[in-house]
Design a protein around this ligand. Structure first.
Ligand SMILES: Nc1ncnc2c1ncn2[C@@H]1O[C@H](COP(=O)(O)OP(=O)(O)OP(=O)(O)O)[C@@H](O)[C@H]1O
Length: 303
């Protein structure tokens, strides 16, 4: 499978922060959901991929182009639709005028497609950008990103201002976008239910480190939450524990290998009734975030 984006050994430093030797690939025909708590480094990864910030070390290839920050050649960017969490259009511009301006900027600009999205998103053509609501501005940016024949869409927190109905519609548009196996989407979001719904791969960043880049279905198949007592939690094989939360009544443990748990003598004894009250629940993408955070707090980090 062709990779649309390849990142090798990326190191990017700010004062007090470092993207720590990150490597990943985004295959054609996939949606990658980028998650991580505030300040984890998601936007820094995206800016590095787009060549918008200089990096200390590493190789970045987008659609076969070797990305260098500050380079003059920027034709490759035509094939990327980018949406950040703020709208960068001149505020005095009317929605309908954007159609003509973009035609001068992008060789591949498709006015008809743009008009279709404007209608589909119910954006008022005669309104100025400054008079649009936050959600409308986001919809406008997304319409624009989808209207210049891009092969990859990169969205940084772009859907957060949208209501659930519109978000759902936009997620459907993203799936249509990648359907032919030639296009990809990289989507960073704190709305983990959206990521769970749409992503083929989950990329989890924590304090500048890439903790996970895995197929979502496999991840959700292998991961689980064990609910048990704190004594029972001690019997779970240590190397499958991702994170743990204890309270007075119960201990919850996120594990990354359901099969190993089920093969363990502890779980077999629980199933035979020799141990009490062990429940196995489905893990969600939100659990991955929360328990990795707990793991970091308790020094329980797994590789
Ligand atoms: N231009 C900059 N100058 C200095 N530090 C920066 C700059 N941009 C980002 N940082 C720092 O890099 C770290 C990662 O920030 P980044 O914006 O990539 O995180 P994020 O995961 O996108 O967070 P959020 O979810 O809050 O948007 C933070 O500590 C931030 O303060």
């Amino acid at each position: 499978m062709e990779n649309i984006i390849t990142v090798k050994n990326l190191i990017k430093k700010y004062d007090g922060f470092e993207l720590d030797n990150i490597s990943f690939q985004i295959p054609a025909g996939s949606v990658v959901g980028l998650i991580g708590e505030n300040g984890a480094g998601k936007s820094t990864v995206i800016k590095s991929v787009l060549g918008l910030t200089p990096i200390e070390r590493g190789e970045i290839e987008v659609l076969g182009h070797n990305v260098k920050a500050g380079e003059k050649e920027c034709g490759w960017r035509e094939q990327i639709g980018v949406v950040f969490d703020e709208c960068n259009f001149p505020y005095g511009l009317k929605v309908k005028n954007i159609r003509n301006i973009m035609g001068k900027i992008y060789q591949t600009w498709d006015s008809t497609k743009f008009t279709d999205y404007i209608n589909r998103f119910e954006l008022p053509p005669g309104k100025k950008v400054k008079d649009l609501s936050k959600g409308m501005k986001m919809k406008l940016s997304i319409a624009m990103a989808l209207s210049h024949d891009s092969r990859v869409l990169i969205l940084d927190e772009a859907t957060s201002g949208l209501d659930p109905v519109v978000r759902n519609e936009i997620l459907d548009i993203f799936r249509e976008f990648i359907e032919d196996g030639e296009h990809s989407v990289l989507l960073s979001s704190h709305i983990t239910s959206d990521i769970e719904k749409i992503a083929d791969y989950i990329m989890l960043i924590h304090k500048g480190q890439l903790l996970l880049m895995e197929n979502k279905d496999e991840l959700l198949y292998h991961y689980a939450i064990v609910r048990c007592t704190k004594e029972q939690a001690e019997l779970i094989p240590k190397d499958i524990i991702v994170g743990m939360e204890k309270n007075a009544f119960e201990t919850s443990v996120l594990i990354k290998d359901k099969k190993r748990l089920k093969d363990s003598s502890f779980y077999k004894e629980a199933e035979q009734g020799k141990e009490n009250g062990v429940a196995l629940d489905r893990a969600s993408i939100e659990d991955l975030l929360l328990y990795n955070k707990l793991a970091s707090g308790h020094g329980l980090y797994q590789d």
